[in-house]
Write a protein that binds this ligand. Structure first.
Ligand code: GYE
Length: 326
């Protein structure tokens, strides 16, 4: 009886193995369509949604198959997605790492499987640069510097003697959070007119931008904050709503400096409710797919590609048709 049960279990296991093998999608070397595994980190902002669209459109235009997984802000889900791409033997893995640390193991697995990896949008922190073939994304440090340079110009124009700055940061340990902060602080450091009174995390989410503004106003009062520097438009727009609800004029009573350049933020700049929008383009799809093409046709790729970016601010002629959000 016991023996029979053991046979049954073995048979069952064998069946399961066969079924799972049979259901794994097979790649056909004859049709040879390049398949890209793309792990997107979430859908937290308009920037992210525009970025996903850009990747989908560019893959279609290039004639590549795109397997996309959205990780809903969870690093473990991104790691799972990358593992599934390895199991499927995609040609190239593209991913936007939610945070910088914790990728070495899974990227070593990709390396062993001979699958090149492109980092799109955000960077990783690793001592082994061979774990990725290329990075395409913004120079976030330069963006932070642009935000700081704007503030100095504005303080000069206003003849301000002193300004209290509150920072609303993006996701802790993400590249845009780290570098937008570093660039900004480097520029204003040493200028005695500026005091950074606080830095709180809003995770790049509009809802958290609202919460951060509530907390900041509770802590410092409306007269205690002169400038809010926020790491993305979604959080800025959330904070802006709170200021208006409290009868505080955004852009005047409290200056707003933001990063991204989505339409709603650029429109708020045009109506004087935001003072400065540092641009960060989400349209990285074409550059990412060009890298995929090189990597799959034996070409060489550069290790880092930064798109061209600038600033829109209240010193500019905002009627210029080039002043447009995405
Ligand atoms: O600024 C923000 C998004 O990584 C550049 O992520 C991206 C940032 C962008 O959530 O809106």
């Amino acid at each position: 009886m016991k023996r029979k049960a053991r046979y049954l279990i073995m048979e069952l296991l064998l069946c399961l193995t066969l079924v799972s093998c049979a259901s794994a999608p097979e790649k056909n070397p004859e049709t040879a369509q390049v398949v890209v595994g793309f792990s997107q980190l979430g859908a937290e902002s308009s920037w992210r949604i525009a970025n996903t669209e850009s990747m989908e459109t560019a893959a279609k235009e290039a004639g590549f198959g795109l397997m996309m997984e959205n990780a809903n802000q969870k690093q473990e889900k991104q790691i799972d997605a990358i593992r599934s791409f390895i199991a499927y033997q995609v040609d190239v893995i593209v991913f936007s790492p939610i945070v910088e640390n914790g990728w070495d193991n899974v990227l070593n697995e990709a390396k062993k499987a001979g699958i090149p990896v492109i980092l799109m949008d955000r960077m990783i922190s690793t001592s082994d640069e061979s774990l990725y073939a290329s990075y395409v994304g913004a120079d976030f440090y330069a963006e932070g510097r642009r935000a700081g340079e704007y503030l100095i110009r504005k303080a000069d124009a206003l003849g301000a003697e002193h300004m209290n700055i509150a920072e609303i940061s993006g996701t802790i340990d993400s590249t845009p959070m780290r570098e937008r902060q570093r660039g900004f602080m480097d520029v204003i450091a040493g200028d005695p007119r500026f005091t950074v009174i606080d830095s709180i995390c809003g995770d790049f989410l509009r809802s958290k931008g609202e919460e951060c503004a509530v907390q900041l106003l509770q802590k410092y009062g409306r007269g205690g904050i002169d400038v809010i520097y926020s790491h993305n438009d979604s959080m800025t727009l959330g904070a802006l709503d709170i200021l208006e609800q409290r009868g505080i004029a955004p852009g005047k009573d409290i200056l707003l400096i933001t990063v991204d350049g989505e339409k709603e933020a650029v429109d708020a700049l045009k109506t004087g409710k935001i003072n400065c929008v540092v641009q960060c383009t989400p349209k990285l799809g074409p550059a990412a797919m060009a890298l995929v093409k090189s990597l799959t046709t034996g070409g060489t790729v550069s290790k880092i590609t930064h798109p061209e970016e600038g600033v829109f601010c209240d010193f500019d002629d905002l009627t210029d048709p080039a002043t447009e959000g995405f």
